[in-house]
Design a protein around this ligand. Structure first.
Ligand code: ATP
Ligand code: MG
Length: 274
């Protein structure tokens, strides 16, 4: 299954995504691909401080298209819309693209990262969102089997949803703090996921300090499941994510039908991205 972490800046996306990757990796039956889709690269730092990796970026798309037998000028839209009979990206075995652009960090765990701003971005030849744009085709076209998990750590705020990348998730987890702006950002994100992209989501409340926080969240956030309430802690070793794992295992489809369907709907309306 493909799970994406979304939420306001600083809410705890990278911390929780890191914990989930570590937890899933402990079971040798699993294969885990962690994707850092944020240019600040905190997931990359948490999982592998040495940054020796081929970053996803504007050049990675050429190999991605080649591996699926598409011409390098083919639009992402056409790759996803015309997916009949095409090859898929796979984790077991790793296809050529996934192998080149991921780093093996343990026996069963791989890490991909959207890299720092490139010359093309700095010279205004492309928008920084273009660095991660290939995920819009990679995620829906990634074939996922049982015991294979992809954890995506996204950029902060609603911007990460506006890119359209979440159509490639089987489920989004929105990390929310019990603050006015935390809840506002979470609702902006959930509204788009529900009404525009039709992607399942659930909330995880993080950094809860007291009963007042709990009451506030319960009053304000009633439009989706709340998986768990995680307390503020000085030591992040005290954060437990078992409930989150149980929740996604109960609620998430692993066949990828929805992410492919929703990605096709999105691309029918927008063919520009290449
Ligand atoms: N439950 C918690 N209790 C206390 N501190 C926490 C908790 N969860 C996360 N933090 C801390 O909050 C800070 C921000 O967390 P993190 O980097 O995971 O957020 P983020 O949503 O990924 O931020 P960004 O939007 O910048 O990517 C970190 O210093 C992290 O250690
Ligand atoms: Mg982060």
């Amino acid at each position: 299954m493909i799970i994406g972490f979304l939420g306001k800046g600083g809410s705890g996306k990278s911390t929780l995504a890191t914990k989930v990757v570590d937890f899933l990796s402990k079971d040798q039956k699993n294969t885990v691909l962690a994707i850092d889709a944020d240019y600040n690269m905190d997931l990359l730092h948490n999982l592998s401080p040495d940054t020796d990796i081929d970053y996803l970026g504007d050049n990675a798309k050429f190999l991605m298209k080649k591996v699926l037998n598409f011409n390098e000028k083919t639009l992402y839209a056409d790759m996803v819309l015309n997916d009949d009979n095409i090859m898929r990206f796979t984790l077991n075995p790793l296809d050529e693209f996934t192998k080149k652009y991921s780093k093996k960090i343990s026996e069963n765990t791989y890490l991909m990262a959207v890299g720092p701003h490139s010359e093309n971005v700095l010279n205004d030849k492309m928008c920084s969102h273009g660095l991660s744009a290939l995920l819009k085709a990679y995620l829906p076209l990634l074939k996922i089997n049982k015991n294979e998990y992809v954890i995506v750590d996204e950029k902060a705020g609603v911007d990460s949803v506006g890119t359209g990348i979440p159509t490639g998730f089987d489920m989004s987890i929105i990390v929310v703090e019990a603050t006015l702006y935390g809840i506002k950002a979470a609702k902006q994100i959930s509204n788009l996921l529900r009404n525009h992209y039709h992607i399942p989501f659930a909330y995880i409340v993080n950094k809860v300090k007291n009963d007042t926080d709990l009451d506030y969240i319960k009053r304000e956030l009633s439009d989706g499941d709340i998986i768990d309430y995680i307390h503020f802690t000085e030591n992040i070793d005290n954060i437990h994510i078992e409930r989150m794992i149980q929740y996604v295992q109960r609620h998430v489809e692993t066949n990828g039908d929805n992410r492919l369907k929703q990605s096709k709907i999105k691309f029918k309306n927008n063919k520009l991205c290449k």
